[in-house]
Design a protein around this ligand. Structure first.
Ligand code: ADP
Ligand code: MG
Length: 335
């Protein structure tokens, strides 16, 4: 199945998020849409999936214009989507989630036994491993994503939209997903793969469309160099090997000792974390999304409620003071 967009325009008030976008993905092709945060990628995909209504433009399936006003319409014409944030119910099993989605799509009721049977068939066909009886909340993120993909395939999706699927994955899970994409492609599924990671694009894409500020600014192939892709994405020359000067380190400005952050249900999100930053130093925190990075920054600003440990700015303990006082202390020390 081929999917073509012609002149898709979508504004939010006076802000044009998608400006006359044209693109086409052919049968069994992986089209990567590359663009910085805020470029308009999710907006475009939400239009294709019927979650947003375009102001103008056309969506064509196999050359014929279709009208898509809801996800149910999208599924009916063979378009499935896996969102940036999963739509699964954590306390349900894989099969139960699929039964639930089926009812929502108004395709009639599916029994649990039928759902399990179908999951097994798809898992066999595409060589995906999944346990239909596993509780979603107990599955690693990569497997939850697999359940979402299977759900889309159960509706016979011929075009699968994956919106930043690798943002939540470990490098190993990313490689597994890229392999799944290759299998899907070999069976004739077309994939629209949204990302801003150049390595992934170069590894699996057949065609690359680059979007910047709501406009298509490039249509290229995976043979393009990472520098070319990065420049297209940001709109100016990019040197991927940065010029580094030696750090000129001063005294300790921030010391975090044995920091624990708990969520409202008492679950430990940050576990005895300690770190120190000296003046003139850049400290990078690397990790897959959802591993406590946001909670850490929120805790340092005293925006989290359930925190233990110590956070010292210079020699002053700041844990537990008000947000206002925190911002004031931070501004004094120029962090
Ligand atoms: P991307 O997925 O490429 O990161 P988005 O499509 O999510 O970008 O967003 C593109 C731009 O449109 C952003 O500037 C965003 O703030 C804006 N935007 C997205 N959705 C809405 C909305 N519902 N209302 C207003 N602005 C929006
Ligand atoms: Mg997005």
């Amino acid at each position: 199945m081929s999917l073509e967009l012609k002149g898709i325009t979508k504004s939010f008030g006076s802000f044009v998020a998608n400006d006359a976008i044209d693109l086409k993905v052919s049968n069994g092709e992986i089209l990567a849409i590359l663009g910085e945060n805020g470029a308009g990628k999710s907006t475009l995909m939400n239009v294709v999936y019927g979650l947003l209504k375009a102001d103008s433009g056309q969506i064509l399936i196999d050359g014929k214009e279709v009208s898509i006003n809801s996800p149910a319409d999208a599924l009916k014409v063979g378009i499935g989507m896996v969102h940036q944030h999963f739509m699964l119910v954590p306390v349900f099993t894989v099969a139960e989630n699929i039964v639930l989605g089926h009812e929502e799509s108004k395709r009639g009721v599916l029994t649990l036994a039928e759902a399990k049977e179908k999951i097994k068939k798809i898992a066999d066909e595409f060589k995906f491993e999944i346990d239909p009886d596993a509780l979603i909340e107990e599955l690693p993120v990569g497997v939850q994503q697999r359940a979402e993909i299977i759900r889309a395939l159960m509706y016979d999706a011929k075009v699968l939209i994956l919106d930043e699927p690798t943002a939540v994955l470990t490098p190993q899970e990313t490689d597994e997903l890229l392999n799944m994409m290759r299998v899907l492609k070999s069976k004739g599924t077309s994939i629209i793969f949204i990302t801003h990671k150049l390595r992934e694009v170069k590894e699996v894409a057949d065609q690359i469309v680059v979007i910047r500020r709501g406009k298509v600014v490039g249509n290229t192939s995976p043979t393009a160099s990472q520098e070319e892709l990065a420049s297209l994405m940001v709109g100016h020359e990019v040197d991927l090997i940065p010029d580094r000067s030696e750090a000129n380190l001063g005294s300790n400005v921030l010391s975090v000792r044995d920091l624990n952050v708990f969520d409202t249900s008492g679950r430990r999100i940050i576990n005895n974390l300690s770190l120190e930053i000296r003046s003139g130093e850049i400290l990078a925190i690397a990790g897959v999304q959802g591993n406590g990075q946001s909670e850490l920054t929120r805790a340092l600003l005293n925006l989290e409620d359930h925190v233990t440990g110590s956070v010292k700015l210079g020699s002053n303990e700041i844990l537990g003071i008000s947000v206002n006082q925190t911002l004031h202390s931070l501004s004094l020390i120029h962090i």
